[in-house]
Structures are given as C-alpha cells and as structure tokens.
Ligand binder design. Structure first.
Ligand code: GLN
Length: 215
C-alpha cells in the first residue's frame, strides 16, 4: 500500500485488456480530479505496493496458467492482497479468475486455477461464443440513472452468489455485475465502454479504503 497521497492503480499485465484499463483508469482519475496513476503490475513487489488492483478481461485460462507459473507464482500474492482487503476490479476474465467455481457447457468444470476470493460461481461463455458477442444498455443504479453500455465478449454469467455478495447489474435476471466488500466484478468490459463511471466507482472504493486505513 503506497504511503503517499497519490493513488496507485495496478493493472495485472499478463494478458487481455491491459492498456484499455490503464486508459479508462487514467481518464477516470482525471475526470474526478484525483492525483494518481494506473500502471502495469506483474511482479509480487509491485502488486503488494498498489492501492487498487484491476484484473482485466481477456482469457482466464491463459491468465490463470501464467500467474501460477511465472514471476515466482504471483497467484498466491494476488490472492493474499485481495483477501487482505485490497480494492479489486475484475472484468470478464477477471471476474472468472476471482470466482470460486467456473464451468462451461462444453467441458463442464473448467479445472482452471481460480483465486476464489469472490464467493460466486460462473458459467463461462454463457451467452455463446465470439460471434454472439453483443452490446447492451444496462441499468446500474450504483453509478446513476444514465444507462451504462455493457460490452459483452464471450462473457460469463454469475450463476450463484454467496451471502456477502450483492448484485448491481443484470440482464433478464442473468447476473452480470457483483460486489463483495472490496471486490467489484463485471461480466462485461467497462474498459471498452468509453464511459468511466465504473472505474470511478472503483476509485472511490480505493479512496475510502485508504481513508479507513489511516483512521
Ligand atoms: N471467455 C473468456 C474466458 O473464459 C472471457 C472473455 C473476456 O474476458 N472477454 O476467460
């Protein structure tokens, strides 16, 4: 956790929407006039230093394999910082990675290594495969009345949520956005929406977390 006033957001730089999350975070910081920056993180010591962590959309099996074997196995570091309360945003593949169980229609249990910090079960590729990707306006009261453009690319759906999990976005009763204490997770890609409101919400969680720590 950084000591200074500048807020630091780390984007896990293994695979996927890394630059997109850096751009969305920087835009959000600028728009709410908060001093700070978003940077790529890949080494344990970087992950331990940030004030907030983003697990980007991409391909969860790739990310899960690479964080297990590379860079001294940052898997355990990520799991530890999140369970210690680090504000974390997971989008699409990031949501899958955070879940405690993932399965799909083709192979059933996906057997990928999951962080399990977020008490949800997900069905991967639940809306279909690449050609079935779509965009849709979502009502997300958490961030205001104006609909948020949900970008869904081979997205998961949350099939089960634990007691401590609240739902903030749904499509026809399919759960696509959840929160559990310090964790926000979306089945869609806010980093591709050209709308920074969810990243701002995440930044507000980081600010609140920092304030609570210094109380
Ligand atoms: N289908 C991908 C997975 O299972 C997620 C897709 C995405 O992040 N756009 O990891």
């Amino acid at each position: 956790m950084s000591e200074n006033k500048e807020l630091s957001i780390g984007v896990l730089a293994v695979q996927g929407d890394i630059e997109e999350n850096i751009a969305a975070s920087r835009n959000a910081l600028r728009e709410i006039d908060v001093a700070g920056d978003a940077t790529k993180v890949i080494y344990p010591e970087q992950i331990e230093r940030v004030d907030g962590l983003i697990l980007p959309g991409g391909e969860s099996t790739v990310v899960s394999n690479l964080i297990t074997i590379q860079h001294g196995g940052i898997f355990q570091t990520i799991r530890k910082v999140i369970s210690n309360g680090l504000p974390t945003l997971g989008t699409c593949a990031g949501m899958i990675l955070l879940s405690r169980r993932a399965y799909d229609r083709v192979i059933g249990e996906t057997k990928q290594r999951l962080l399990g910090n977020l008490d949800i079960e997900v069905e991967r590729n639940a809306f279909g495969r690449q050609p079935d990707s779509f965009e849709l306006d979502l009502e997300i009261s958490l961030i205001g009345k104006v609909p948020f453009r949900g970008v869904f690319i081979r997205s998961p759906v949350v099939k089960k949520v634990g007691n401590g999990v609240s739902v903030f976005a749904e499509i026809d009763e399919k759960i696509v956005g959840v929160r559990q204490k310090n964790i926000l997770a979306t089945a869609f890609h806010p980093e591709l929406a050209r709308d920074t409101r969810l990243h701002k919400e995440f930044i507000n969680c980081i600010i609140k977390n920092k304030q609570d720590k210094h109380r």
